[in-house]
Design a protein around this ligand. Structure first.
Ligand SMILES: [Zn+2]
Ligand SMILES: [Zn+2]
Length: 301
């Protein structure tokens, strides 16, 4: 099975600190690399994380505040330097097209990579290419800012014992999967007699927003919600003013959406140890983890 994990390349908010780089998150999933919001210095964080940049197949930009996109140009140039041959799909708010282009062509370089632009104009389904279903929602941040929900396809899980009882194996199983039923020993065997459907997992990404119903909808039943928690609840007035969230508010979203795991990120520089934000969130949503630069979180099936 291919590797499935979430690598934190940075977890600061607007201002990086000695311990936290600008945000950037790599989700390695079903032989792809989904990179979210490459902030400044992301290229170098790949080296520290011991991950080869060509792992990246898709780049998601939530919005065009600097901490979420300043590393886009250098990441694309790095992929160019590495001569990647697969397309790089980029998803971002359509209203930021000029910022996307400026970042993409901010300096001299000869572009050889194949960048596929996906400017997103409206909420809902962005793309379903059979590998991932990508959905977008506009959040509450004062500028157009997209939260993402990525879902893998459902898969069929065969019951080995049932197959064995019927004497079905090898290429016959594939035929059954393709055709839905096969004639076997003078009777029809239907796929649902010997299998069940395993719903694909969902990953939700919500940063830079006040709490809103769109964030909850995006995260409904997700396996993992990677969510901002810029402030502690004692600083809620500031969170509200700058259209961000507190750790407690992030936990309430996770709880209401019924996610399995919440990972907090996008921490204000005022908190030296973001574990305090984790403690606050766990009072509402116990299965809360706290991002840390270069930390890897498993994303098991
Ligand atoms: Zn931010
Ligand atoms: Zn922002």
């Amino acid at each position: 099975m291919s590797v499935r994990d979430i690598i934190i390349l940075g977890c600061s908010s607007q201002q990086p600190t000695r311990f936290r780089n600008h945000g950037a998150y790599l989700v390695r999933w079903n032989n792809e690399g989904l990179l979210f919001d490459p902030g400044e210095g992301t290229q170098r964080q790949f080296i520290f994380a011991d991950v080869a940049p060509p792992t990246v197949t898709r780049i998601f930009i939530s919005h065009f505040h600097g901490d979420h996109c300043l590393g886009l140009g250098s990441m694309l140039m790095r992929l160019n330097l590495d001569k990647v041959t697969h397309p790089i799909h980029c998803y971002y708010p359509a209203s930021g097209q000029r910022y996307f282009e400026r970042l993409r062509y901010c300096c001299i370089y000869k572009e050889n990579i194949h960048v596929v632009e996906h400017p997103v104009k409206k909420a809902g389904l962005v793309e379903d290419d059979g590998k991932f279903r990508i959905e977008a929602a506009f959040l509450d941040h004062g500028v157009e800012n997209i939260g993402w929900r990525i879902t893998e396809p459902d898969t069929v899980k065969f019951h080995k014992e049932e197959l064995k009882k019927l004497g079905i194996d090898g290429p016959i199983i594939r035929k059954l999967e393709e055709e839905g039923k096969i004639c076997w020993n003078d009777r029809w065997v239907h796929i649902d007699e010997v299998s069940h459907v395993r719903p694909g997992d969902a990953f939700a990404y919500v940063v830079d927003t006040r709490p809103c119903k769109e964030a909850i909808e995006l995260a409904l039943g997700a396996k993992v919600l990677l969510c901002e928690s810029t402030y502690l609840d004692e600083d809620r007035a500031m969170a509200d003013e700058y259209r961000h969230m507190t750790a407690k508010q992030a936990a309430l979203i996770a709880k209401e959406a019924g996610v399995k795991t919440l990972i907090l990120t996008h921490f204000s520089a005022r908190y030296r140890d973001p574990e305090v934000l984790g403690e606050e969130a766990r009072t509402v949503f116990p299965n809360t983890l706290v991002a840390e630069d270069l930390r890897r979180f498993p994303f098991p099936k």
